[in-house]
Design a protein around this ligand. Structure first.
Ligand SMILES: Nc1ncnc2c1ncn2[C@@H]1O[C@H](COP(=O)(O)OP(=O)(O)OP(=O)(O)O)[C@@H](O)[C@H]1O
Length: 273
């Protein structure tokens, strides 16, 4: 579905060049969820943004390929990339309020996403938008369509972003830390929702997260990144069960125990059991 090979990205500014990611290779097979994990600054977002052609003007992919449906996204024209983004790849970013336009109604934003890819009447767009909003369990979808982003809670706004990302039935969904900006109580709901959308459409998912628990629960494959490079990758059960790299072991050791496990450990310490 997506095959990234040898991806290297640099940021240039004031006579200084920073190589943010180096020689990244990863694959997202059809119908598979792949998690990308690594500490802050390890290059997860830069990798995604390089693939989607969403780097800032001073960022440049200096080597590598990202093959998707017969197209190399790295050398694709802007027009081709616009067709792929939103059409063939649904993108869910970290902050829903950064993804939504604050001055356009939600209905107008659906219309813009639809019309960027095909011709459709206003009433058909409306029906499609309502169906998509209902599929991500947005209650009061008619009211939401008439409204604006600032009237929504973070969780609701991210549901709208997911609905927009799914408008054209993309076979691949890329989500970059889709719950980091949200209240902890809705984080799982949003991940469950993304998973439901992915499996209902037999789509592939590339999910960036720093939470290994999320990868274990939602992904079949994992790519571990450190300092702009991939340190290891493979099926989640193998990489987490028998990590080949010391860094992966450190990440796994840093996962806090579930609250009930800490409570049991404390009890055992007190009782000596
Ligand atoms: N716009 C930018 N300009 C300059 N350097 C950048 C830019 N974005 C990222 N970098 C650098 O690229 C490297 C990788 O950053 P990236 O945001 O991809 O990490 P990340 O793994 O996604 O981290 P996080 O989990 O905090 O989002 C870092 O050294 C960062 O400082």
């Amino acid at each position: 579905m997506l095959k990234v090979s040898g991806l290297t990205t640099e940021f240039r500014g004031r006579g200084r060049t920073v190589r943010a990611v180096r020689d990244i290779s990863l694959e997202v097979p059809g119908g598979t969820a792949v998690g990308v994990v690594g500490e802050t600054g390890s290059g997860k977002s830069v990798t995604i943004r390089s693939v989607l052609g969403l780097l800032p003007s001073y960022g440049r992919v200096v080597a590598g390929r990202a093959e998707f449906e017969g197209l190399d996204l790295i050398t694709a024209t802007r027009k081709q990339l616009r067709q792929v983004r939103g059409g063939r790849i649904g993108f869910v970013a970290q902050n829903p309020f950064g993804s939504l336009n604050p001055v356009l109604s939600i209905e107008k934003q659906f219309a813009n996403v639809v019309r960027a890819h095909r011709k459709m009447s206003r009433s058909d767009i409306r029906d499609l938008a309502l169906a998509r909003l209902e599929s991500v369990q947005v209650r009061g979808s008619e009211r939401v369509l008439r409204g604006y982003a600032h009237e929504l809670s973070g969780g609701m706004a991210q549901r709208v972003v997911i609905a927009l990302a799914m408008v054209h039935d993309p076979p691949l969904v890329i989500a970059d830390e889709p719950t980091t900006a949200l209240d902890v109580t809705v984080q799982r709901q949003i991940l469950d929702l993304i998973q439901a959308q992915v499996s209902a459409g037999n789509r592939s998912l590339l999910l960036v997260t720093h939470d290994l628990g999320v990868v274990a629960q939602y992904c079949q494959e994992v790519v571990v990144m450190k300092s702009g490079q991939v340190v290891e990758s493979g099926p989640v059960a193998r990489v987490f069960g028998e990590p080949a790299h010391d860094y992966t072991r450190q990440l796994l050791a840093a996962v806090p125990p579930a609250p009930w496990e800490s409570a049991r450990a404390a009890r055992e310490e007190v009782t000596g059991a």
